[in-house]
Ligand binder design. Sequence first.
Ligand code: GTP
Ligand code: MG
Length: 200
Amino acid sequence: MLTITSAEFVKSSVAVEQCPSQPLPEFAFIGRSNVGKSSLINMLVQRRKLAKTSGKPGKTQTINHFIINETKAKPWYLVDLPGYGYAKTAKSDRKEWQKFITNYLENRTNLICTMVLIDARHEPQKIDLEFIEYLGLGGIPFACVFTKCDKLKPGALTRNLEVYSSTLLETFVSLPPIFVTSAEHSTGRQELLDFLAQYI
Ligand SMILES: Nc1nc2c(ncn2[C@@H]2O[C@H](COP(=O)(O)OP(=O)(O)OP(=O)(O)O)[C@@H](O)[C@H]2O)c(=O)[nH]1
Ligand SMILES: [Mg+2]
């Protein structure tokens, strides 16, 4: 089992070239604006205010590295990425976002796995499916993490997960690793940490 002893902000970058040069194992969190990326990172490391969160979409605008120390292994990074699909973002800015993030995802050599966050309350959204397909086609390792599961009843959660899985199976031959989380209740924390621990 992995026991985190400290988690600290390292730096914000606006290009992959600016990211920390130490080649430590790295895991990135991505998904729609407001899906709960920053909150999930805080939940994992049990620090309420490490990654800045907001009720308004578009809070995280840079690639933010956090270094995590634990008892049994070398340090590793968690990376908070800006969200996609924020309706108020101008088209030209969206193109910029794409370049900046795809460049990171495709060229960050120590990036081990990208966690794609999906709001558990909704049916599959085109923007998420397209992003997942992009990762799949590019051979970029990823896992799906459903967020905000405290906001729906167990029956609805099960149903949404089933719909999501069958939608993914229309494109993929097998399902990626799937996690169900709540940053409010720390649901899924141990499962996610166990998943990361395999690589560390
Ligand atoms: N109920 C509930 N609310 C959550 C959960 N996770 C996040 N939220 C809320 O959702 C809002 C957005 O959370 P953030 O963590 O800032 O989301 P983000 O994906 O980092 O957003 P951007 O940085 O703007 O892309 C905040 O008001 C959080 O409190 C959760 O598991 N349960
Ligand atoms: Mg954020």
